[in-house]
Each structure stands twice: as C-alpha cells, then as structure tokens.
Design a protein around this ligand. Structure first.
Ligand code: LMR
Length: 394
C-alpha cells in the first residue's frame, strides 16, 4: 500500500521555514511565514491570553466534550466580533473549526454538498493553500484578476470584469482584509461594487478573514465583510484567531454560514456539525475557550484590543520606515506602495531571481513570489532589507 505513495510538492511557505532554520549565517532574517514577531524577534503570548489561560486553569472542572459545532458561547462572541450588527442570527449557522484553514475546508465541503457543480473564483494571486486544498478536493476553480503588477495595487476593473462571469451557485472567495500575499486591499466603495456584482451574478461570497485587526483596526477590517454579508442573501465567512489572538498553534477558527431563508438555518447548522463529525468529530476547545473568555470579559477584552492595536501600529511604523529607507536609497517613490499596503504582507514585485539573490547575499528570506512578512522586521533590520532590495536590482 504505502510503496505506491508519491512525494507531495512541499508547501512553499513551510519549505522556506525549514530552509531558514537550516541556514547557519549570523543575522539571518525570516520574512517568510505569516507569524507576528515583536521587536526582539519573539512571537509573544498576548497578555490577555495568558490571563485567560490562568482563569481557565483555575475554574475548569471537566474536559468532557462540548458541542459538535463547538462551544456556543465562543461562536456567539466571535459572531459579534466579526459581524457586529450585520449578523442576522435567524439566518446564521456557525461552526468552530480547526483554525481558519479548517473553516475554509468545511466551507468548501458545504458548498460542494449544496452544489456538486460549484466552481470557486479566487483572486490571482491568493494564499497558495487555497489552491492546494481545492486541488486536493477536486473542486474546480478559476482565478480572477486582482493584483496590478505595475501599481502594486488592486486591478479593480479586471477583478470586476472577471467576477462578472461567475454563475449562480458559484463561490467567490474574497480576502476580508489584509490580502495575502499582496497587501493590496479594496476600498469601501470597491467593496460595495463587489456586492453589486455578486447581486447581479447570484454567486455566493466566501470571505476569508484571517487578519482582522492587523490592517486598519478591528472594526475597520471587518467593514467589507459586514457589507457583503448584509447585502448577500447567502454568504460564508471563515474567521481565524491565529493572528489577532496570537494563538497560532491552538488552531482556533470559525465558519459562519448565512442562509437566505431562516427556515433553512437548522438544516445548515446540522450539516455543519455533521461535517465536523465526519472530519475530526469535536473541534478543539482550548483556543476557543481562551477567545471566549477574553471577548466576554470587559477588562480582558480591553487589554487584548490595546495589545492588538500596538501590534498593528508597530507594523504600520515598519511599513513607513521601509518605504522611507527605499525612497532615500532610490531617490524615487516607487516603493511607496509598501506604506499603502495593509496587514502582514506586501508583494514587492521582485523576480524569483531577485528574491533568490536577496536570500543568498543578505540571508533575508522572503517567499518566492516576493511576498514579505512586514511583521518579521524590526527597526534595525529595515535598513538591511532596504539595502538588499536595492542591491538585488528590484
Ligand atoms: C502564511 O500565509 O504565511 C500563513 O497563513 C501561514 C500558513 O499556514 O501558510
């Protein structure tokens, strides 16, 4: 049986992590995988997370199973955080998942159960694992234009034209904020136009919201998602707590499914629970309980929001510094897009050869498509990166 297995192509982001670890050069800089690092290079446990864990440890009396769809109080708290007033409780089913990736996977499974002929429209480019999961599942997808290589902004005319070709019953995968891998995002007006296109085509939005709070703020980053959900009859939202709560390894996420008619909600809810049961049975609880403990406690929530805001402002300052260094080195404003981008990532627009050169000459690791993780920088490494970018001829 196992002799017939064929090697799988490694995930390029995870492969880069391994390459970085194996590099023995002093001063190497990892701007690959999307993990936040503070100015000392550490991915900290947030203060509110530590406090919540302590509280859970002191008060938890059982590790018996919770609900198949996940702890209801967690789902309710997340629903409020992600959708706010845009949530229509009577039409929304929710599922606790194994991270945001688990939510994407279950969303695709559900879509396929609802429409075996579903085609998924995904941005070009997108998070590589989106494509990989769909390939693995055998779910057909097409890419819509998204990134404008010249401006490093959004090619909105191209995006609209391509999304206009979606059919009723198709799925349109959108990044709610902090687009991964480009850092280029839609404006509020553009979100409204996307809602119009969805309206016209009857395609169902699936919004991947993995970085809420890392772009323009916790509320601001959810604005596009809320608009789409309030306009679309049917919609799905896959939310991740990995980044904004810094609980990557706890694998904490949620899928929300909005149905058109309240009468269909219970069947959707039951189907979601069924999907969990078939995949891994009960979802993990520890991360969900941390998040719920924080969100349902005024003091902890305020402290968490304050720390998240420090993280966000730190990334914005690094963006400004990097754009400034590059302006000084090149005597031009052609890298100013770095300051305009939002979230953890920016796509530089460098060629694979230039990315390779930056790695070989400066021991700086960025993903091959020239996505760099801003949160892997600090004040001292920014000038080193700026120099390496210029030296590589980007
Ligand atoms: C990333 O894009 O780097 C993160 O989402 C981590 C991952 O799993 O790829």
């Amino acid at each position: 049986m196992f002799a017939a297995l064929k090697p799988q192509a490694p995930d390029k982001i995870l492969a880069l992590m391994g390459e970085f670890r194996a590099d023995t050069r002093q001063g190497k800089i990892d701007l690959g995988v999307g993990v936040y690092k503070d100015p000392t290079g550490v991915t900290p446990v947030m203060r509110a997370v530590k406090a919540a864990e302590q509280r859970i440890w002191q008060t938890e009396t059982t590790k018996a199973y919770t609900a198949l769809a996940g702890e209801p109080a967690y789902l309710a708290a997340m629903g409020r955080m992600v959708l706010g007033d845009a949530q229509d409780g009577a039409r929304t089913a929710s599922l606790s998942t194994v991270g945001g990736t688990g939510a994407i996977r279950q969303a695709l499974e559900l879509a396929r159960m609802g429409n075996p002929d579903v085609t998924v429209h995904v941005s070009d480019p997108t998070w590589p694992n989106h494509l990989s999961i769909m390939q693995f599942m055998g779910v057909p997808f097409v890419q819509y234009r998204y990134f404008d290589a010249a401006t490093r902004g959004v090619d909105f005319d191209g995006m609209k034209a391509d999304l206009g070709r979606a059919k009723r019953g198709d799925l349109v995968l959108l990044h709610g904020c902090c687009h991964n891998p480009t850092g280029a995002n839609l404006t509020a007006d553009q979100w409204a136009e996307v809602a119009d296109v969805l309206d016209r085509t009857g395609a169902v939005p699936l919004i991947d919201l993995a970085y809420q709070g890392f772009g323009d703020g916790l509320e601001e980053d959810a604005a596009g998602t809320r608009l789409i959900v309030s306009r679309a009859p049917e919609a799905m939202v896959a939310a991740s707590c990995s980044k904004n709560f810094g609980i990557y390894r706890e694998r904490t996420g949620m899928l929300m499914v909005q149905v058109a008619d309240p009468a269909a909600r219970d069947v959707a809810q039951g189907t979601l629970a069924y999907l969990n049961r078939q995949t891994y049975s009960f979802p993990p609880d520890h991360g969900a309980r941390i998040v719920q403990t924080i969100l349902d406690d005024e003091g902890l929530a305020a402290d968490w929001r304050a720390e998240l805001e420090e993280v966000r402002l730190g990334m914005l300052a690094l963006r400004g510094q990097l754009a400034g260094e590059l302006r000084a080195l090149t005597g031009s404003d052609r890298f100013d897009f770095i300051a305009r981008h939002r979230g953890m990532f920016s796509r530089l627009g460098a060629s694979p050869e230039q990315v390779q050169r930056i790695k070989e000459d400066a021991a700086i690791y960025i993903v091959g498509d020239s996505r760099l993780n801003i949160a892997g920088l600090n004040r001292d490494s920014v000038p080193v990166l700026a120099r390496a970018i210029v030296d590589a001829g980007v």
